[in-house]
Design a binder for this molecule. Structure first.
Ligand code: SF4
Length: 318
């Protein structure tokens, strides 16, 4: 019995088989900076903005990226259903027509059961939301929303240039259109206490989102925070401290809310701090071991508040 509701468990429950993500990077940049530009943007974000490693470093035609990623997925993981993931930077920063031209041919030419789009709370114009809602009639459309924290002082420190209130409005508008929302949250930020981190989690859970991705701060070489760290190193949660914290976070998450990610995975050559990180296998094994040993599981500290008690989920897969 898993101690938490993982992406894999959720996808097998939803589709009867694992769901594999096929990343594409259209290279559109984001409201903060153009692709490859350094010295600007959110303080934690590196110049590659999380571009999938299997895409390599060369700019590739999108169709080549997709074919390469499907081959990689089949060889590494075997059979399963596929999700097209418009990843890296801000996918809704392009015009609605550019987004349509990118996505529709890929949905038509490949057997995707789902589409996931990464974006920011302040980058969801009505035209884009409508297009996403239209696609949601034929494939399951997920919006991966970079919220990071509910504390505006933290968002200012991170140079996010959007507020918590923007995030609340964005989630509301996406849910109105029955789009699936997966916020990205960032923990271990300089200046945030554990109570503040738990508050972020509680506030986001109360927005009735459909999944969560939890990240721990990694200070990356080609990021504004990396520059600051090189001038004057500051304390960052190490792998063991994050493991302990993420267990406490999981205990406060409703047991039926899938958690699609539990840690940041950055290439060692790009990471300045923490100096080491568990491999994915080591991290998950150790997490399971400690949770089981302590008789902890996802949601064992979660108590529905009044808002949670009337949680209505018309999407039966969750
Ligand atoms: S986190 Fe997103 S919005 Fe911020 S700089 Fe990176 S790609 Fe741009």
């Amino acid at each position: 019995m898993d101690s938490w509701f993982s992406f894999k468990r959720w996808s097998v429950r939803q589709y009867g088989t694992p769901l594999y993500r096929i990343p594409v990077d259209p290279g559109w940049g984001c409201p903060h900076r153009r692709p490859g530009e350094t010295g600007r943007g959110c303080s934690f974000c590196s110049v590659t903005s999380g571009r999938a490693r299997q895409l390599g470093e060369d700019p590739l035609e999108v169709i080549t990226q997709v074919e390469r990623a499907i081959e990689f997925s089949r060889q590494r993981y075997g059979e399963g259903v596929l999700q097209l993931y418009v990843q890296a930077y801000t996918a809704t920063f392009a015009s609605v027509e550019a987004l349509r031209r990118l996505v529709e041919p890929l949905l038509e030419s490949h057997d995707f059961v789902s589409l996931s789009v990464g974006t920011r709370p302040d980058c969801l114009p009505p035209s884009h939301v409508k297009l996403l809602a239209d696609w949601n009639q034929s494939v399951d459309v997920w919006i991966e929303l970079g919220i990071q924290s509910c504390h505006n002082a933290t968002l200012i420190n991170l140079n996010r240039q959007h507020s918590w209130e923007d995030a609340v409005k964005a989630v509301g508008r996406l849910r109105e259109r029955e789009l699936h929302v997966c916020p990205h949250l960032l923990f271990g930020l300089p200046g945030e206490t554990s109570d503040e981190m738990f508050e972020t989690l509680d506030q986001v859970v109360n927005l009735q989102v459909d999944a969560l991705k939890l990240h721990n701060l990694h200070v990356l070489r080609d990021s504004p925070l990396g520059f600051r760290w090189s001038q004057q190193p500051f304390s960052v949660l190490d792998e063991t401290a994050w493991l302990e914290l993420v267990m406490q976070l999981l205990r406060r998450i409703p047991p039926d809310l899938p958690v699609f990610r539990l840690f940041t995975d950055s290439p060692p050559e790009e990471r300045l701090a923490p100096s080491t990180q568990f491999s994915k296998g080591e991290f998950l094994t150790e997490l399971s071991r400690r949770m089981t040993e302590r008789s902890w599981c996802q949601g064992d500290l979660w108590r529905p508040n009044a808002k949670e008690a009337i949680r209505v989920d018309s999407r039966s897969h969750l």
